[in-house]
Write a protein that binds this ligand. Structure first.
Ligand SMILES: [Fe+2]
Length: 623
């Protein structure tokens, strides 16, 4: 049986294909269109999934959409009416977009895929979230907690999964939303909503949570761990572009200017920001205020999530928890839930936000609707497109890019390890790209975690990343406990997907300064040999050479762009940045080799190679 899941028209559009209950392929649309958080109909992701499955759309048994558009539209209409006339803009925009495509998903799927209406099913937003976690876990029975901005009406739910059934027992409804509360602070702190939430999380350790009492004025927490927002402070329920209002500003002061550089006395003023302004100290103090606000909303969010999970554990008596929804990407909170709530094991799949809805919807239909038995566990995140050696070589040859083919893997790994030890920054593109927002060794930028200056070096080379953003460590699963405070590390699925932040052992912090955040923590990825053998061997060999089985891993993209997919995108990013080496499968390209090509094509030596090798970012992807 072939089931296609689709998620779109909200945040991250995606598609996923199940064949006989096993996941065959899953990808977010942004990786193909190069539009960050692309939410349009995932035409490319669907084509990709079908091609991996060797299927035509007509061979699909079911197509499942991740939510119910009419119920969502009802929420938009009712909340617009309740807040009219302030909501006139939301109302107008909703009418235009929803009466266009968004409401008529069934017809659209029929038209685009040529499947009959009888094969099209609809899940519910939070059921898709719940299914994406529970049915991907290997747990026979588990508590489930989903928390996000909003689905149809639900913004958070708790329930139980058992066998092929999911029961959501309680929910919190719009406008009361922990995700939307966090997003209001994301906007207040000068970041883009649905994009900058992880920046707030990264900024938080530079501040002190001294405004928790003020945050508590915005949200009332009940004894049963449910919550309610005080809507007097918000405008997201009636405004399409403002999430908080003047009363919020009266409480927290002016919002941060999104264009202002963010630094505090603790982050320092990075050299790549340019010359220090005259009022450097004053600016640092102002920013400290914003870091304190970030710390405060992060602390309250953690408090609420820990409360909810603790309450759920008490009610269900279960020891296993599955989590999903955008808020489940808050890896600092996840680390605390593991340690403080009585749950012993947690499962979160790597695309825990709305992108993951396609996998959840397909699995929900297969198990909960059709009653088919479970056999799939999402053990890894490598469900995206792979570039064959033929495609890689074809691209390099066609564009006259000099490269070395290192057929023997040991040779390739030795060279990369050598480069890493010499302080080089490596673009690493191998195998199928990752499902979800994190780079996990398939499309990663790698560096030596032992050098304190490596944070700045990588920031400069991949251009203008904010200095407060931490870099993550990839560590061999079985060596994790030597460096990180995570007992039985190899068992924890969220750690495979970079979804836990845990303490770096105090005695190791000086050994791996480039991946140790200011508060002594690290957002680790445990790497297992069976799921990414080449990446594993790279880290293992680096460990043999240096004594430290860890590399610094950050996503292979420039600021504001989606993670790369094809050789062309990888090479484009490599040439626009200051990375030293690019590895595409077995091919290795270094700056000096690339310069040779630039010399050849221009007839003269050049020290700047980026321009002649740069492609237009608007061109369609290669291959
Ligand atoms: Fe969601």
């Amino acid at each position: 049986m072939n089931i296609l899941g689709i998620s779109c028209y909200f945040h991250d559009a995606s598609a996923a294909l199940l064949r006989g209950g096993e996941l065959v392929a899953a990808a977010e649309e942004e990786r193909f269109t190069r539009k960050k958080h692309d939410y349009e109909f995932p035409r490319n992701a669907i084509d990709f999934c079908l091609s991996v499955g060797g299927l035509k759309a007509a061979e699909l048994d079911f197509v499942v959409f991740f939510e119910k558009p009419f119920i969502k539209f009802e929420r938009l209409l009712l909340s617009s009416m309740q807040t009219f006339p302030r909501s006139h803009k939301v109302f107008r925009e909703a009418m235009i977009t929803w009466l266009g495509d968004k409401l008529w998903i069934k017809t659209l799927i029929q038209k685009r895929l040529g499947v009959p209406a009888t094969k099209i099913l609809f899940s519910e937003h939070h059921l898709s979230h719940a299914a994406s976690a529970f049915f991907c876990s290997g747990f026979d029975e588990a508590a489930i907690m989903t928390v996000d901005g909003v689905g149809e009406w639900t913004t958070a739910s708790v329930g139980i999964g058992k066998g092929t059934e999911i029961k959501l027992l309680k929910e919190i409804r719009f406008p009361h939303s922990l995700g939307l509360l966090y997003s209001a602070f994301t906007a207040f702190l000068g970041f883009e909503v649905n994009e900058g939430e992880y920046k707030v999380m990264g900024m938080a350790p530079f501040g002190t949570p001294k405004y928790m009492d003020k945050v508590h004025k915005l949200i009332r927490i009940a004894k049963d761990a449910s919550f309610e927002l005080d809507m007097d402070y918000f405008s997201f329920h009636y405004s399409p572009d403002q999430t908080f209002n003047q009363k919020f500003v009266d409480l927290f002061g002016s919002p941060r200017d999104p264009k202002a550089l963010f630094f505090t006395p603790d982050t320092g003023y990075p050299a790549y920001f340019g010359d220090k302004p005259g009022n450097y100290e004053q600016l640092g103090k102002e920013n400290q205020h914003y870091a304190d606000i970030a710390a405060s909303i992060q602390a309250v969010t953690e408090e609420i999530l820990v409360n909810m999970a603790r309450e759920l554990q008490k009610e269900t008596g279960l020891k296993r928890l599955c989590m999903a929804g955008g808020v489940a990407l808050n890896s600092v909170a996840n680390g605390r839930i593991l340690n403080e709530t009585g749950f012993e094991e947690i499962y979160i799949q790597p695309s825990a936000g709305d992108g993951g809805g396609s996998v959840g919807a397909a699995l929900y239909a297969y198990h909960a609707v059709l009653g088919k038995p479970r056999k799939f566990i999402m053990e890894h995140a490598y469900w995206g497109q792979e570039n064959s050696p033929c495609v890689i070589e074809g691209f390099l040859k066609e564009n006259g890019i000099p490269y070395e083919r290192l057929e023997r893997e040991e040779k390739l790994i030795e060279r990369v390890v050598d480069n890493l030890q010499n302080g080089k920054v490596i673009g690493w593109s191998q195998g199928r790209f990752e499902w979800g927002p994190r780079a996990l060794g398939s499309r990663s930028i790698l560096a030596d975690p032992r050098r304190a200056d490596m944070k700045d070096i990588v920031n400069v080379k991949i251009k203008f990343r904010e200095p407060f953003r931490p870099f993550a460590p990839s560590v061999l699963a079985e060596r994790t406990e030597e460096y990180f405070d995570l007992p039985n590390a190899a068992q924890h699925y969220p750690a495979r997907f970079m979804l836990y932040v845990v303490d770096v052992k105090p005695e190791k912090r000086e050994i791996i300064p480039a991946i140790t955040h200011v508060d002594g923590t690290g957002r680790l990825q445990t790497v297992r040999k069976e799921y990414n053998p080449r990446y594993y061997r790279l880290i293992e060999t680096f460990g043999q050479a240096t004594g430290v089985p860890i590399v610094l891993n950050t996503s292979f993209n420039l600021k504001g762009e989606p993670i790369v997919n094809t050789p062309k995108e990888a090479f484009n990013t490599f040439s626009k940045s200051g990375m030293d080496t690019l590895v595409l499968g077995h091919e290795l390209i270094t700056v000096s080799l690339a310069r040779k090509r630039a010399r050849g094509s221009r007839g003269a030596a050049t020290t700047e190679f980026a321009k002649p090798l740069t492609f237009s970012p608007t061109e369609k992807h290669y291959g």
